[in-house]
Structure formats: C-alpha cells, structure tokens
Design a protein. Structure first.
Length: 215
C-alpha cells in the first residue's frame, strides 16, 4: 500500500510517479493535491502519473466555435451539478467513443471515485433531455483547482455543452483554468494547450493556497 507519493518531479520519463495501491479516497486526495492521477494499464498494478506536459485550458483563452455557440443558445438540454455522479461515471465507462478502444475506467475506479464523490471531492455535471441523462462529465476538486476526468454523450454536443456549463460554474467561483490532463482534439479546439509539468505544479500550488470553494 502506498503511504505517500514521491515528488512528481521525480517521475519516470513517461510520467509514472508510483505503482500500486488502490483508488481509495485518502490516496486520491493526496494524489490530486500533488498533481498526480491514477491511470490503470492492463497487466500492471495501478499506475499513478504526473506527465512531463499537462493539458490546461485557461478560461481567458477559451474559444467556443460558432456552431457550438449557436447550439448552446438554442439547446433544449438542461444542466445540473452533482445530481447523478454514479450514473455519469458509469456512462463514461460504457459509452463507446469513436477515437478510443476500451476504457481505463475499471470497476475498481468506478467504486473508488464514487467513494471520493461521497467524500466531497469528485463532482459531475449532467446534461438532461427531459428526464433522460444524455451527456455529462466528471472530475476532481483538488483543493481549489479542478481536474477533468472523462465525458460522455448520447446526443450531439451534450458533453461539450456540459463542459461549457462546468467552465461557467468554475469561473463564477474564481477559478481561471481547468486541468484537462490529456489534450484531445476537442479540448485543443476550445483553446487548451500543453504546458510543462513545472508550470502546472506552480499553478496548482497557487490555486490550493487560494482555497477557492468550487462546489
């Protein structure tokens, strides 16, 4: 069992900081506070990462494409926060994505993050069409900074609009950026970019000192 994490600056070249343990609330809380996240890899004990570069979205650089802005104005969807966390993470696990095969969200990860949510650290945004959950995302409050984890959609643009709802929510509480971890084409289109780990860790420490109440 991991008792404490080493300095993420001491990670291997591909970003591995530690090996082993389980995604339990206490470990998850310490990991995210230090800029580390778990990522299961088949055939290995649980791996904990702090990659050399990090995908970050600075809200002042947010670019909303015209088509998405238009959809945002006319969408019939409604959005909530923390109304259906377990349903969101399970959907992120099971809904197929065109650019991915399989999922890193194992049953153990689902259990761990649901416990983390009940402890007040993991949060979800839901997109609803009437009473049907059609999109959403979840992530982690790292003590005043937010790390996005995964998204899903059953209707076009549902997850993208849920993300914009999250950004509005975080902005209103004083946060200026979002940790997106991996830079996907969608995140890059919104203005996210890769930044060195040292810059990310500095931003994370600064955000934690501010102690913003995000939820």
């Amino acid at each position: 069992m991991i008792e404490r994490f080493p300095d993420p600056r001491e990670a291997t070249p591909d970003g591995v900081v530690a090996v082993g343990g389980r995604p339990e609330p206490e470990l998850l809380e310490e990991a995210y506070a230090r800029g580390i996240f778990p990522w299961p890899v088949e055939g290995y004990p649980l791996l904990w990462f702090s990659p050399p570069e990090r995908g970050l979205l600075f809200f002042e650089e947010l670019h909303v494409p015209r088509s998405l802005a238009r959809e945002r104005r006319r969408t019939p969807l409604t959005f909530t926060v923390d109304r259906a966390f377990e349903r969101v993470i399970r959907a992120c696990r099971t809904v197929e994505r065109a650019h991915e095969k399989g999922t890193w969200i194992t049953p153990e990860m689902v259990r761990g993050y649901c416990e983390f949510h009940r402890a007040g650290h993991a949060h979800s945004v839901e997109a609803w069409e009437g009473g049907e959950l059609v999109g959403g995302l979840y992530g982690v409050d790292a003590g005043g900074a937010f790390a996005g984890e995964s998204m899903f959609h059953l209707r076009p643009n549902a997850s993208k609009l849920a993300l914009l709802h999250l950004i509005e929510h975080l902005r209103a509480r004083g946060l200026e950026w979002l940790d997106v971890q991996v830079l996907t084409p969608h995140m890059e289109a919104l203005g996210a970019r890769m930044r060195p780990r040292e810059e990310f860790l500095t931003l994370l420490a600064r955000a934690r000192r501010r102690g913003l109440k995000l939820f």
